[in-house]
Design a protein around this ligand. Structure first.
Ligand code: MF3
Ligand code: CO
Length: 249
């Protein structure tokens, strides 16, 4: 079942989205050579809890941290660690979900650590643009497949690959709600988009092949071919005149 929210519910959910976006901004500002992903996670946990929220991922399905921090060929669900020290040239995907007032917000961004290669920069720019292409396609009356295909078209036209193993999703009182929002698909297919739906649109794009595998920790998802991966995500709400981004700091 796809939950359609009332205006009042969406206003309540805005607080969780704003908090998620502010936490992501804070995390992004910490990305520098020499910083451990553990330090970033600890700062985010402290910030979200200080604002009266709860990091949604902490304990979610057994996930052990308040952020997912995925470096270079890690696609998603990188577990923050004191042993993961950022280095200049790394690309660092940070995914943060916060729960406040009965609702979740969900957003992600891939940051450059120090100076990164031109190839890496191009991947980041293209993945961010994939997100905005997906958001632009998320019009009331359109279907989920219109979002999926907009993302896929933009990525593949630039010879990038779209990860299949993870998708965007509805978000609200639960972190993961229906519908699932793949980043590949067919225009005109899938559930119809209706004002009041709140969706996490989140392209995960690789510079190589799209296959991923999960490391023995049960979470860390990496590209099988070792290629770089980027991830950008916003929570949006469908309105009569397009999708409105809710995860703005
Ligand atoms: N932010 C992730 C998402 O977009 C959620 C992380 S799932 C967890 O779906 F299990 F790792 F917490
Ligand atoms: Co998400």
């Amino acid at each position: 079942m796809i939950v359609v929210k009332t205006t009042r519910e969406i206003n309540m959910m805005q607080d969780a989205c704003t908090l998620s976006a502010r936490a992501l901004k804070l995390a992004g500002e910490m990305v520098e050579p020499g910083v451990s992903t553990y330090e970033i996670d600890a700062a985010v946990k402290n910030y979200i809890e200080g604002e009266g929220g709860v990091p949604s991922t902490l304990g979610y399905g057994g996930y052990p941290a308040s952020t997912c921090i995925s470096v270079n060929s890690v696609v998603v669900h990188g577990i923050p660690s004191k042993k993961t020290i950022l280095r200049s040239g790394d690309i660092v995907s940070i995914d943060i979900c916060a729960y406040l007032n009965g609702y979740h917000g969900d957003n992600a961004c891939t940051y450059a650590c120090g100076a990164i290669s031109e190839q890496a920069q191009r991947l980041l720019s293209a993945t961010k643009e994939c997100l905005y292409q997906g958001i632009a396609a998320a019009q009331a009356g359109h279907r989920v497949g219109d979002i999926s295909s907009a993302v896929q078209r933009y990525a593949e036209a630039r010879s990038y690959s779209v990860v299949r193993d993870f998708t965007g999703h509805g978000v609200g009182a639960k972190l993961h709600e229906e519908p699932s929002i793949p980043n590949f698909g067919t225009p005109g297919r899938g559930p119809r988009l209706i004002p009041g739906m709140t969706l996490a649109i989140e392209p995960m794009i690789t510079a190589g092949d799209y296959h991923t595998r999960t490391l023995s920790d049960g979470w860390t998802a990496v590209t099988v071919d070792g290629s770089l991966a980027a991830h950008f995500e916003h929570t949006v709400c469908i309105t009569p005149d397009g999708a409105r981004i809710m995860t703005i700091p």
